[in-house]
Every structure is written in structure tokens, then in C-alpha cells.
Design a protein around this ligand. Structure first.
Ligand SMILES: *[C@@H]1O[C@H](CO)[C@@H](O)[C@H](O)[C@H]1NC(C)=O
Length: 312
């Protein structure tokens, strides 16, 4: 596809964050702290679910999966950003850029799908408590997770292959802090019509359908507790659903805003701050918003620490 007399670009410049140099150190320290918090918070969840057999239920296994993809999701972008903030010439090779794009999509999709599965899990648990164990069997859950992986891998592969088809000629400055799909499309000198069409169609399917499914699960949960109101149940349901919903809104709100609004209306700074929101802030807050606050998690933590002490 490459033109005959075009020099092909092998390396991009990642412009990074639009901040003035006096705040550079501050942002660097802040990002590093947030990244470490993300790693620790999510690793703790994965370890707890692994070590404590009381947490071997679908809900916590999905949470642990979510933690795993949170961890990977922020590891795709932040270490490279931190490295680039240190270097004078913040470059990324063409191959690294496509790899970053691929894994960014894999784990981003994985998060959005897992949020759906978790909403469904709550829906079954609250609306069909007697059938919960037979519906959410180990086999079914494993199958669900396998299906999610297949979906995310093929969706990411589709966009990465479509991107690899394009050629890049003279413009090589990415106005972003990672190889974002729309930032890359703006640089290409090939026809990007098919790519944009696929982003629009698949982006719509991948973000709107899961979001609607989550909303539907919650509407049903809401009506089922209205039928048998007991204040304790209501409190319990609202405390877990409220936090889950805030994660969902944070995650989907930014993504839907970013990919479905015409890019002309979004300034680069806006795009970057929204991207910061879901690559840095959401994965960091997820463990805190509705996992570590949870009573089962605290008990598990105490049990794990205590049993380790005894075994030592
Ligand atoms: C993800 O979920 C599956 C199915 O519930 C489970 O078997 C697996 O251990 C989980 N993975 C992690 C990393 O928690």
C-alpha cells in the first residue's frame, strides 16, 4: 500500500502530557505514585482471591479478573509515559506503537466486558438467589471469561491489522501520551475511511451494548428490591451497586465521550485528560471504590495474614 516515493516512518515522537516544564517533576511523581498504587491495590486483590478459599465465588473471581486487566491496562501506557518524561527525545518505534495499541485495546475491552459480566452476576444473585449456584457454575464462569478473551483479542487484532495496513509518511508527532488509535489515524497519509468506519461501528457495539446491558441489569435489580423491601437488603444492594455504578459511569462515560463525539469538537488537551481518566485514574480507584471497602475482603485479608503467621 505504501507509495513509491514516500519515506516510511519507523519511529514516532510521543508528545506526552500537555504540561509546562515547571510542573514536570510534580506530574512525574504523581503519576509514579498513582501507578504504584494501582499495582499494589490490584495485586492485593488478586492475591487475596487466590489465597482465601472463602473468596472463590464467581463475584470475587470476576473481581480478580478485573484487577488483572486493570493492572495490565495501566501497565500498557504508564511505564512508557514515565520513561518518555525522563528522556529528551520521547520516541516510540513503529512496532512498539502497534503493540501498545493492540494491548491497550485488549485490556480496555476486557475491562468493559468484565463490568458487564459482574453486573449480570449481581443481577442473578439478587433476582434469582436460589438458582445462583446452578446458573453461575464454575464451568459457565470459565466459559464466559474464555469468551471475553476471544472477543477482546479478535477486536483488538482487527483494529491493529487495519492500522498496520496504513502508511505514515512525514507527520510523526503523536499528540498524545500513548499510541492512541485516533491520534495515529490523524498522522497517516493513507485513506483512513475504513478504519474510521470500523471504529465507529465496533466502538458503538463495544461500548454502547455493554453499557445498556449493565443499565438493564441494574434496572431489574432495582425493581426486584422494590418488590420486597427490607431495609437491610436495600442498604446492602445500594452500597455495592452504587460503587459499581460509579466505576461503570467513570469508565464508559469517558470512552463513549471520546470515541463517539466527532473529534473536531474535542481539543487535544480534552482528549488527553479524558484518556488520563480511564488509563490512570479508573484502574487506580477500582480496588478502592468497591473492593477493599467490602467487608468480605477485609475479613479475607485478616484471615490470610493470620494464617500465614500461624504457619510461620
Ligand atoms: C478469572 O475468572 C475465571 C473464571 O471465573 C477464573 O477461573 C480465573 O481464576 C480468574 N482469573 C484471575 C486472574 O482471577
Amino acid at each position: 500500500m505504501a507509495g513509491k516515493n514516500q519515506t516510511l516512518i519507523l519511529e514516532f515522537l510521543l508528545l506526552g502530557l500537555p504540561i509546562s516544564s515547571e510542573y514536570h517533576l510534580l506530574f512525574y511523581a504523581l503519576l509514579l505514585a498513582m501507578y504504584l498504587t494501582t499495582l499494589l491495590g490490584n495485586l492485593l486483590i488478586i492475591l487475596l482471591v487466590r489465597l482465601d478459599s472463602h473468596l472463590h465465588t464467581p463475584m470475587y473471581l470476576f473481581l480478580s479478573n478485573l484487577s488483572f486487566s486493570d493492572l495490565c491496562f495501566s501497565s500498557v501506557t504508564i511505564p512508557k509515559l514515565l520513561q518518555n518524561m525522563q528522556s529528551q527525545v520521547p520516541t516510540i518505534s513503529y512496532a512498539d506503537c502497534l503493540t501498545q495499541l493492540y494491548f491497550f485495546m485488549v485490556f480496555g475491552d476486557m475491562e468493559s466486558f468484565l463490568l458487564v459480566v459482574m453486573a449480570y452476576d449481581r443481577y442473578v444473585a439478587i433476582c434469582f438467589p436460589l438458582h445462583y449456584t446452578s446458573i453461575m457454575s464454575t464451568k459457565f464462569c470459565a466459559l464466559l471469561v474464555l469468551l471475553l478473551w476471544m472477543l477482546t483479542i479478535s477486536h483488538a487484532l482487527l483494529h491493529t491489522l487495519l492500522m498496520a495496513r496504513l502508511s505514515f509518511c512525514e507527520k510523526n508527532v503523536i499528540l498524545h501520551f500513548f499510541c492512541d488509535i485516533s491520534a495515529l489515524l490523524k498522522l497517516s497519509c493513507s485513506d483512513t475511511y475504513v478504519n474510521e468506519l470500523m471504529i465507529f461501528i465496533m466502538g458503538g457495539i463495544i461500548s454502547i451494548i455493554p453499557f445498556l446491558l449493565i443499565v438493564m441489569s441494574y434496572v431489574r435489580i432495582f425493581f426486584s428490591i422494590l418488590k420486597v423491601p427490607s431495609s437491610q437488603d436495600i442498604h446492602k444492594v445500594f452500597s455495592t451497586c452504587g460503587s459499581h455504578l460509579s466505576v461503570v459511569t467513570l469508565f464508559y462515560g469517558t470512552i463513549i465521550g471520546l470515541y463517539l463525539c466527532p473529534s473536531g469538537n474535542n481539543s487535544t488537551v480534552n482528549e488527553i485528560s479524558m484518556a488520563m481518566m480511564y488509563t490512570v485514574v479508573t484502574p487506580m480507584l477500582n480496588p478502592f471504590i468497591y473492593r477493599l471497602r467490602n467487608r468480605d475482603m477485609k475479613r479475607a485479608l485478616i484471615r490470610v495474614i493470620f494464617s500465614k503467621k500461624i504457619s510461620l
